[in-house]
Write a protein that binds this ligand. Structure first.
Ligand SMILES: [Zn+2]
Length: 437
């Protein structure tokens, strides 16, 4: 089959790379080219400062289809099908024209941060491109070398940075994967308020168990609708494509143009890598195991910071204000707790932006509840200063620090995994609902 990758066509003012993907899929089918498998929505490194919004690229597989037909979407009442298998016996030039036309018509080229790119290739790239694109930083020159080596057809607009995501999306080799059904609004509705009934989203969330991140119950917020003026009406995420079609039927909303299902790396934790503290670099996403060596404190803006250490060093970890109630868990951490922190690394300040935490072992915290009593005088002794023991103010006899009465602090915290609320979750973060722990 032939691989098509597209990235970086949107801007904060609108547009959407998945919408371009949707229109290309429809046009290819109209022109007699088959789609193979679900189109793919591939999220890349969420810590890259120059990303547009979600840092998502798309990939489409096209060709001469064979095998079983699968329903992948609908356009104005007409069903869109893909095939489970296919050959690459198709005219690349025709595919190129369709892709080029849609990208040039729809990309937000005027936005200085929008640098679109598309790639078309018969030869799939090695998955290391994806691995690096999701976990680290890819450089355009290296990507172009791969494209040339594979004999790919490609075009980068402006600084051409979109080629990076386009190539990375093609090279994704799904291990874990999820699906997202995205519905698209009629053009006249773009930029206007979305009409999606909250109650129906809650009902869908409670009915279709294989979906996730539909609604934030703590914040009472619908999460399937985006906040940008893009063509998307809503996106429902889940583990089973057939359930997503059922889920969409439950959601009550304005009429929409159609929908498409994407295979995606969202909710997979593909961006994370286990590291020792000394190996951590800005823009990576990491899993670090360590012991709390500085207790949590809250700074202006409501962000909660603590630090953990391992045998190689110590690093700050931050639960930012938008993580809301999650910060209450973090505030309960004490020195000596053994934890595993999951999150993206910020450069300035150098800190881990926590997405999830696993509390592996709670330390025993003893708190002094009573000073020792003088055996001769029967009164409480006075402290002579921290760690210096106690003295009876009447007779002058002394006792050690350990002679005071201590109780073990009730930690009011359990070992296990804790995650940020759905409203603060990153696209790539695996919800605990999907984890076998
Ligand atoms: Zn005494």
């Amino acid at each position: 089959m032939v691989w098509i990758g597209i990235d970086d066509t949107d801007s904060k003012d609108g547009g959407c790379t998945t919408y371009i993907c949707y229109t290309i899929v429809r046009k290819l089918i109209e022109n007699g080219i088959d789609i193979i498998g679900y189109p793919r929505l591939v999220r890349l490194n969420p810590n890259i400062p120059w990303k547009t919004r979600g840092n998502g690229a798309v990939a489409i597989r096209a060709g001469r289809g064979n095998g079983r037909e699968i329903l992948i979407g609908e356009f104005e009442g007409e069903k869109l099908f893909a095939f489970t298998n296919g050959s690459d016996d198709v005219d690349i030039a025709m595919i190129e024209n369709t892709v080029k036309e849609e990208v040039e018509k729809q990309a937000f080229l005027a936005d200085e941060k929008t640098n679109p790119g598309f790639v078309i290739t018969r030869k799939k790239f090695d998955s290391t491109i994806y691995e690096q694109g999701v976990k680290d930083v890819l450089h355009l020159n290296d990507v172009i070398e791969v494209l040339n080596h594979a004999g790919a057809v490609y075009k980068g607009y402006k600084n051409g940075r979109g080629l990076i995501g386009a190539a990375a999306a093609i090279s994704w080799e799904p291990g874990d994967k999820t699906y997202e059904l995205i519905s698209y609004r009629y053009r006249e509705k773009w930029g206007k308020e979305r009409d999606v009934e909250e109650e129906s989203v809650i009902k869908m969330d409670k009915t279709i168990n294989s979906t996730f991140d539909n609604y934030d119950y703590e914040e009472k917020r619908v999460l399937i609708t985006p906040n940008s003026p893009c063509p998307i009406l809503f996106g429902i995420r889940g583990d089973k494509p057939c359930d997503l079609i059922k889920a969409k039927e439950i959601v009550i909303s304005e009429n929409y143009m159609g929908w498409m299902i994407y295979e995606t790396n969202q909710g997979t934790d593909d961006h994370l890598q286990r590291k020792k503290i000394s190996e951590v670099k800005p823009y990576q996403s990491v899993i670090i195991e360590g012991t709390v060596d500085r207790e949590p404190f809250t700074i202006e803006g409501g962000h909660v910071i603590f630090s953990i250490g391992d045998e190689t060093g110590s690093i700050d970890c931050t639960a930012y204000e938008p993580t809301k109630g999650f910060r209450d868990i973090i505030r309960k951490l004490k020195k000596g707790d053994r934890v595993e922190v999951y999150g993206g690394v910020r450069e300035k300040p150098f800190t881990i932006n926590i997405e999830k935490i696993r509390i592996k072992n709670l330390s025993t915290v003893r708190v002094k509840v009573e000073n020792p009593v003088c055996e001769k005088c029967g009164i409480h002794m006075k402290s002579m200063g921290k760690g210096k023991g106690y003295r009876c103010k009447r007779c002058g006899s002394t006792k050690d620090e350990k002679d005071a009465r201590y109780e073990i602090l009730d930690r009011d915290l359990k070992e296990g995994f804790y995650e940020v609320p759905p409203c603060a979750r990153r696209h790539l973060s695996k919800p605990l609902k999907r984890m076998v722990c």
